[in-house]
Design a protein around this ligand. Structure first.
Ligand code: ZN
Length: 247
């Protein structure tokens, strides 16, 4: 698939619209706790894949819960079945939840020996950590655990190399895993991501010294979407890094 950036954005929008037909239930308790504007701003960054109470598929209807405050000004949003949890709030530290589902896509860019594999990961589909300061705008801080280990907001240029993650290729299975300890709210992200890759990506992974990795919560990385544009724009909602291969 060969798309320019405008076509890519249109496709992404179409995919997002498709997913946004899901029914999200929000109680007034949750809405009052989070704040209407804040909830509206961020509820499109959570994706109903698996219920965070029972772990089974979410289906068409999801219920948003809000927990906190954590660190005085952070709120954890999460999705559940109505029968498992409903749209509720709980005081901080009184929750147990599953590790959220992650979604990732991988492709290669460039030709022959110069090909580089690119991977886009949403590390936390059904949970989102929001910071709501007393003054100023709310912020999605879900990816702060990755900026703490060297990922940086995308600037549209080649990202920095990190030594806190590594990539491994085993046949046509590619794994990216943390080698550093995450600080803070580690429960809201998996720490290892494995995908089965195409022959083209495998070839690139065998030759490239590193894998380009971008993390974001604003999309479900879908095979249908070309990944390269994610690395080409300055985007505060995407953090990226070069991850070395371990041979
Ligand atoms: Zn459930």
């Amino acid at each position: 698939m060969d798309l320019d950036h405008d076509e890519y954005m249109e496709l992404l929008k179409a995919q997002t619209l498709l997913l946004s037909r899901r029914k999200l239930n929000v109680s007034s308790e949750v809405s009052d706790f989070v704040g209407k504007g804040c909830l509206k701003r961020w509820q499109n960054d959570i994706w109903p894949i698996a219920c965070q109470t029972c772990g089974k598929p979410q289906g068409d209807e999801a219920f948003i819960s809000a927990d906190g405050l954590f660190d005085d000004d952070k709120i954890l949003l999460s999705l559940h079945h109505g029968k498992c949890r409903g749209s509720k709030t709980t005081p901080r530290h009184e929750i147990t939840m599953r590790i959220p589902t992650w979604a990732a896509s991988i492709e290669s860019r460039g030709e022959g020996e110069d090909a580089v594999p690119l991977m886009v990961v949403n590390p936390s589909c059904e949970q989102l950590m929001i910071q709501r300061p007393a003054i100023g705008r709310s912020r999605n801080v879900t990816l702060d655990i990755f900026t703490a280990i060297g990922f940086k907001s995308s600037t549209g240029t080649v990202p920095d190399l990190v030594d806190t993650m590594e990539a491994r290729l085993d046949g046509n299975r590619l794994t990216v895993a943390l080698t550093a300890k995450l600080s803070g709210e580690t429960s809201i992200s998996a720490q290892s991501f494995t995908l089965t890759v195409s022959d083209g990506v495998r070839h690139a992974a065998q030759h490239s010294p590193f894998l380009m990795v971008a993390m974001t919560t604003k999309m479900l990385p879908l095979q249908l979407v070309e990944l390269a544009p994610v690395f080409e724009d300055e985007d505060p909602e995407v953090v990226s890094a070069l991850v070395p291969f371990r041979r």
